[in-house]
Design a protein around this ligand. Structure first.
Ligand code: 5GP
Length: 190
């Protein structure tokens, strides 16, 4: 892992842990007596989900969906469900667990999809919110922290599948992204 490619650490391991603890407490308070199903969006939310569910004290089920919208540091603008949920969501209270809400397209599309599958109620819990980049009016129900318009990695967030295992969240150096963009554009000209 080449940590020097991180421009700035935004949240330390300890800060993330207390953020997740706070979110878990809020969810536990609000879902007393409900039939809670956590729907974790792979792969970016895997670390967040694992920690969040251990801070939730009410009974809950876990389902995972694989969705794709990002290529490197660019949103494609199209949300594709690569792997759906196979079990029934009828009469359940669904909480979508997502690492980041950015343009809002993923959350909007997935919440709609889960409502169509019969969930009684669909809400969302996101670790990070980047409001400056929103293109659809989506508001998550539980938010860990608002972050600036920068490309973040760590704690599950990747860049071309790397950096997910960093215990903190940091801003990826723009030099890395610029270098890859230059390489891609020179390859496409060849
Ligand atoms: P949206 O559909 O809201 O534009 O994008 C949501 C998804 O884009 C997130 O689940 C996340 O995977 C990805 N994403 C958005 N911003 C970032 C970022 O700063 N870093 C990384 N690694 N992924 C991001």
């Amino acid at each position: 892992m080449r940590d020097h490619l991180i421009e700035k650490v935004l949240y330390s391991k300890e800060e993330i842990a207390s953020m997740v603890q706070r979110l878990g407490q809020a969810v536990s308070r609000d879902y007393q007596g409900k039939s809670l199903v956590l729907v974790s969006l792979m792969k970016g939310s895997v670390v967040f989900t694992a920690d969040l569910m251990r801070c939730i004290t009410v009974p809950c089920r876990l389902e995972c969906m694989t969705v794709s919208s990002y290529h490197g540091a660019q949103s494609s603008g199209t949300v594709t469900v690569l792997q759906d949920i196979s079990s029934s969501l009828e009469h359940t209270d669904v909480l979508v667990v997502e690492d980041m809400v950015d343009t809002g397209l993923t959350l909007q599309s997935i919440c709609g999809h889960l409502r169509q599958k019969g969930a009684a109620n669909v809400r969302s819990c996101v670790l990070f919110d980047k409001p400056a980049r929103r293109i659809v009016p989506v508001k998550a129900d539980y938010v860990g922290a608002e972050v600036p318009d920068a490309f973040l990695v760590g704690y599950g967030l990747d860049y071309h599948e790397y950096y997910r295992n960093l215990p903190y969240v940091g801003i990826l150096s723009s030099a890395v992204i610029d270098r890859d963009c230059r390489q891609n554009s020179s390859q496409s000209k060849e």
